[in-house]
Design a protein around this ligand. Structure first.
Ligand code: AMP
Ligand code: GLY
Length: 435
């Protein structure tokens, strides 16, 4: 197969890395790639949202399978256009991608499907939203309907904050059109867990449980980021609970989407809030999470290209999809200042020590403990032969081992070998699971 991967972050590096190991893949293109990806794939200088150019490219190279990484490429209808040109592509259509791009759409589907989720109301005008909020007591959550780079959700512990959040989104138009509609929902407490399912429109296969670490600082303090670390599987969330998510969330959601004539194909990322026996869906995403994907790609034991092709072709029920029972952890090395302003172009040192030059004492230790370590590039660039920082999240250091604690130690040991001015990472990734 010739495969085209769309995107340029750590998620896409891990996808390309796994595809590179696939026996059925002999050529990988990546639009646009990064210095890590470029070592194993041919870089294609086309933006992920330039659908016309990507389609032209895929046709001209007779690409057998295209894999869409980032969320912003999906609502453009890239999957619709590739499919109608007879090309195979992994991901949802623009209509199905509304499960992520419109929170009110997702909530309506959940309500129709009987999927457990926080009670909510949707509003298209500020006056009614403000009136509704004044009529409620206690904590609530105000969400801009559209994609707002993860900044559209405000947890409000009093009415004044909720009124401010609505004014911000609907009157000051802080998120542009994404805030034309707002939803107000019940505030939930508990433990947040993510669940992945590979879907082909009709059937789905579970693809792991994860816990993300969204806040920038240890102890979940500070502003939210795209994700500072993740681990998989989540030990507190066993096979019975996984079966429950498939039964109560994934199955009914696929059925409700089908009933509307917009079958969901691709990766369904279910954000859950778990509180004892209570399980509620916080949100859906329609693509692999980052850095969850990096941890998942370490654990995947089957042929990624065949698995994604099966989803695109409506055939996951017959696909061989296997996850290692080992634990994987991903720790993000970020630029100083992120998620606020940060500098780019800072030299990165020490990565070569992990790529083929691991000191022999560490190498022996890792081998004895069955540890595997891999560093994925997220925001890096090559300037005059020197690897430099080029984004907020710079590198994702990923490790897998039979025990989660061992994987965590190895990821930190490897992370410490990589240096760049201002480097920041959380020191408590997976601590909740380790107790
Ligand atoms: P979302 O983009 O909808 O996942 O929201 C972002 C984050 O806001 C989630 O990861 C939760 O931490 C928090 N959140 C969202 N909805 C709720 C809710 N109903 N109750 C409590 N926290 C929430
Ligand atoms: N790490 C969360 C996400 O990719 O949405």
């Amino acid at each position: 197969m010739k495969v085209l991967v769309i995107g340029k972050g750590g998620r896409e590096h891990s996808l390309v890395w796994r595809l590179h190991q696939s026996e059925t893949v002999w050529k990988i293109f990546c639009a646009t790639g990064n210095p890590g990806i470029d070592q194993i794939a041919e870089a294609v200088p086309i933006a992920p949202t330039d659908v016309a150019a990507l389609l032209e490219f895929a046709k001209s190279k007779s690409v057998d399978l295209t894999v869409v990484g980032p969320d912003d490429a999906l609502p453009t209808g890239i999957v619709d256009q590739f499919t109608s040109s007879g090309l195979k592509i992994f991901g949802p259509t623009a209509a199905a991608a509304q499960l992520e791009s419109s929170k009110s759409f997702a909530k309506t589907i959940m309500r129709e499907a009987g999927v457990p989720t926080a009670d909510f109301e949707a509003f298209d005008d500020a006056a009614s939203a403000l009136r509704y909020v004044k009529s409620r007591k206690g904590s609530m959550v105000v969400k801009a309907d559209g994609l707002a780079l993860g900044k559209g959700v405000v947890i409000c512990h009093n009415t004044a904050t909720a009124l401010e959040a609505i004014t911000d989104a609907m009157q000051r138009r802080r998120f542009g059109a994404a805030g034309n509609r707002v939803i107000v929902e019940e505030f939930l407490t508990g433990e947040e867990i993510s669940f992945f399912a590979l879907c082909d429109g009709e059937h789905a296969v579970p693809l792991g449980t994860f816990q993300d670490h969204k806040a920038i600082f240890d102890g979940d303090r500070g502003p939210n980021t795209g994700g500072m670390g993740a681990y998989s599987p989540v030990p507190q969330f066993g096979p019975e609970q996984e079966a429950r998510v498939m039964r109560e969330v994934v199955g009914p959601t696929l059925a409700a989407m089908n009933a509307r004539g917009i079958p969901f194909r691709g990766l369904l990322f279910v954000g859950l809030m778990i509180d004892g026996d209570r399980m509620n869906v916080l949100e859906f995403n329609v693509r692999f999470g980052d850095p969850e994907c990096e941890a998942l790609m370490m654990r995947l034991d089957s042929d990624l290209a065949e698995n994604l092709l099966a989803a695109a072709e409506g055939n996951v029920a017959n696909a061989s999809i296997r996850l290692s029972p080992r634990s994987a952890v991903a720790v993000v090395l970020a630029s100083g200042g992120y998620p606020g302003e940060y500098k780019k172009g800072i030299a990165i040192h020490g990565l070569d020590r992990l790529e083929g030059n691991v000191p022999s004492d560490i190498k022996i230790k890792w081998a004895m403990k069955k540890i595997r370590v891999k560093v994925f590039h997220s925001g890096t660039a090559m300037r005059d032969g020197q690897l430099v920082t080029d984004g907020g999240r710079v590198l994702t250091v990923t490790a897998m081992a039979p025990e989660l604690a061992t994987a965590v130690d190895a990821a930190y040991e490897a992370g410490q070998m990589i240096e760049f001015e201002g480097r920041h990472f959380r020191r408590d990734i997976a601590r909740r699971a380790l107790g």
